[in-house]
Design a protein around this ligand. Structure first.
Ligand SMILES: [Zn+2]
Length: 276
């Protein structure tokens, strides 16, 4: 029976604090400033605009906290959850929109003749920087999405062999001897780098938050983002076979789903729970 896990069933229930330490205090500061200004605006001591500016500063502090936590390295891609990947991109989007709004406001001041032309410079630079940050967030989200697709592909592994009615089956399995060891992984990495002059493209080493969320025990397994029939993929498979290391080679589950193709080194993942 074919059973697909839809992404929507993956609920990440672990509460996580995305903004820590310094960010937390910046956010708290911006929040209390907002509350203070709200009081003054309600009392008529400050114009409405002051409250909008304070809300902007508070949202900015929150989004920067999210990006610092999820984009600039506190959470590795293997520990990222689907919820966090989404939050990261949303924070980058909101920041970009905010910077664009600020630039528009600055332009209106320029048009009104109340500021010199150079007044725009920092707003333009800010917009540019937030655009680059968004590109980074999207690139990271794409990498993460590849990992999601690979996990989904492995989820369908048990059915892939049934469909081996084509020239190239969706999945091929090689059964080696014994269990896959760290020393073997190091030997593979070194040999690959010597052969191709670049590091082995590992997409998941051992367990990841994503595998856990999907109910897979991926400990002691490694996923390599190589198409099994590429020059590199064929080399790796031969190498694994020579060392008698178990692997699963995944092609795309459907034509066009190229990012799902990968080589899973080690025994197939065991299930820690069924999703249904
Ligand atoms: Zn795998």
């Amino acid at each position: 029976m074919r059973r697909f896990l839809s992404l929507t069933v993956v609920c990440v229930t672990l509460p996580f604090s995305i903004a820590l330490g310094q960010d937390q205090s910046k956010i708290a500061q911006a929040e209390s400033e907002y509350a203070r200004i709200q009081g003054l605006v309600e009392a008529g001591a400050l114009p409405r605009q002051a409250l909008d500016d304070a809300a902007d500063a508070r949202d900015e502090a929150r989004d920067e906290g999210v990006l610092r936590a999820l984009l600039y390295g506190r959470v590795s891609i293997e520990n990222l959850t689907e919820e966090q990947a989404r939050e990261m991109v949303e924070a980058a989007d909101r920041r970009l929109e905010r910077k664009a709004r600020r630039l528009e406001a600055a332009k209106r001041k320029l048009d009104a003749g109340v500021v010199p032309f150079t007044y725009l410079t920092p707003f333009l630079e800010d917009l540019d920087a937030s655009r680059r940050v968004r590109e980074l967030a999207l690139a990271r989200a794409r990498l993460f999405e590849e990992l999601v697709t690979m996990v989904r592909t492995e989820d369908n592994a048990e059915f892939a062999e049934e469909e081996a009615d084509q020239d190239l089956p969706h999945m091929e399995r090689f059964d080696g001897v014994g269990s896959f060891t760290t020393a073997q992984f190091q030997a593979i990495s070194v040999a690959y780098e010597r052969e191709f002059g670049r590091p082995l493209p590992v997409s998941a080493r051992g367990e990841t938050a994503l595998h856990r969320a999907w109910g897979f025990d991926h400990r002691g397994r490694v996923d390599v983002a190589l198409f099994p029939d590429s020059k590199e993929g064929r080399w790796l498979r031969k190498f694994l076979e020579a060392l008698r290391i178990t692997y699963l080679a995944f092609r795309a589950p459907r034509p066009g789903m190229a990012t799902a193709a990968h080589i899973h080194i080690g025994e197939p993942s065991t299930r820690i729970r069924r999703a249904d």
